[in-house]
Design a protein around this ligand. Structure first.
Ligand SMILES: Cc1cc2nc3c(=O)[nH]c(=O)nc-3n(C[C@H](O)[C@H](O)[C@H](O)COP(=O)(O)OP(=O)(O)OC[C@H]3O[C@@H](n4cnc5c(N)ncnc54)[C@H](O)[C@@H]3O)c2cc1C
Length: 240
């Protein structure tokens, strides 16, 4: 077994819909690596067939508030409601963004993105099923992965495919790297994260932050409002 060292400004673990979209956002600002235990386009996102919900109102009257109502209700009222608002509001632009990046959505007669009924989506807070799921035949998730992956490749993101992350290296509360296992060879690369632009930022509810991160120096916190704060983790250059 060999131990190989790599150095990047930022590392994303996972190349499903979430990891690939995060990579597109981060790639212009840093030397970035994405590590994934599966080949990116085989991630579980590819199993999603039904569609991606967004209140585009292409078929009937719709708005993101009704989408938010369904999402909160679908979570048995456990979802973080400000986060649900952001999700449902931004879903509309996210679908259009994917369309512009080349996702071959199914179309209505008038050329607009097709939408169908799916899951617990309703109009007017439960009055009737909603035509809200934007889809690409029966392979929406598969097409999302293809579209995001080709965008990442065009932006020069470095991929470590079929590398399983084993551990995250944290020194003094600062994330300094990850340790992964190359499935094909058994080699262990250590990915060092250095000078990640300046910081990693997490927006988090204060009550959770105090429970989970109570060891973190309060100077790393910026209070956004009475409920939320931003946690900034400096990522320092390290030499092994
Ligand atoms: C059958 C099915 C149908 C669905 N249908 C829909 C639908 O129609 N509409 C909808 O909105 N949602 C649907 N969902 C839910 C939706 O697909 C998921 O919530 C979403 O795709 C999750 O995306 P993700 O990027 O978080 O995770 P994933 O796509 O699972 O990606 C996880 C990534 O992490 C990597 N990874 C994990 N552990 C490690 C490790 N230790 N080291 C390195 N890499 C690692 C994996 O290789 C993978 O690349 C469906 C889900 C399923 C299972």
């Amino acid at each position: 077994m060999k131990v190989i060292k790599h150095s990047f400004d930022g590392v994303i673990v996972g190349a499903g819909g979430a990891g690939l979209r995060a990579a597109i956002e981060a790639a212009p600002h840093m030397k970035l690596a994405v590590i994934t235990k599966l080949y990116p386009t085989r991630s579980h996102t590819g199993a999603a067939q039904g569609g991606m919900s967004a209140a585009l109102a292409n078929v009937e009257e719709d708005n993101w508030n009704w989408h938010a109502f369904d999402t909160v209700k679908g979570s048995d009222y456990l979802a973080d409601q400000p986060a649900v608002d952001i999700l449902c509001k931004e879903a509309i632009d996210s679908v259009v963004e994917l369309e512009h990046w080349g996702l071959p959505f199914s179309r209505l007669e008038n050329g607009k993105i097709a939408q169908r009924r799916f899951g617990g989506h309703t109009v007017k807070e439960g009055e009737a099923p909603a035509f809200r799921a934007c889809y690409a035949a029966d392979r929406t998730g598969h097409m999302i992965l293809q579209t995001l992956y080709q965008k990442c490749v065009s932006m020069g993101v470095t991929f470590f495919d079929e590398f399983q992350v084993l551990d995250i290296k944290i020194d003094d509360g600062v994330c300094k790297g990850v340790i992964a296992y190359e499935i094909a060879t058994g080699d262990i690369p250590r990915m060092l994260i250095h000078s990640l632009v300046t910081v990693l930022e997490f927006y988090i509810k204060k009550e959770y932050l105090l429970k989970i991160w109570n060891f973190i120096n309060s100077t790393l916190l910026e209070y956004i409002d009475s409920e939320y704060c931003c946690l900034r983790l400096p990522v320092e250059k390290v030499v092994f």
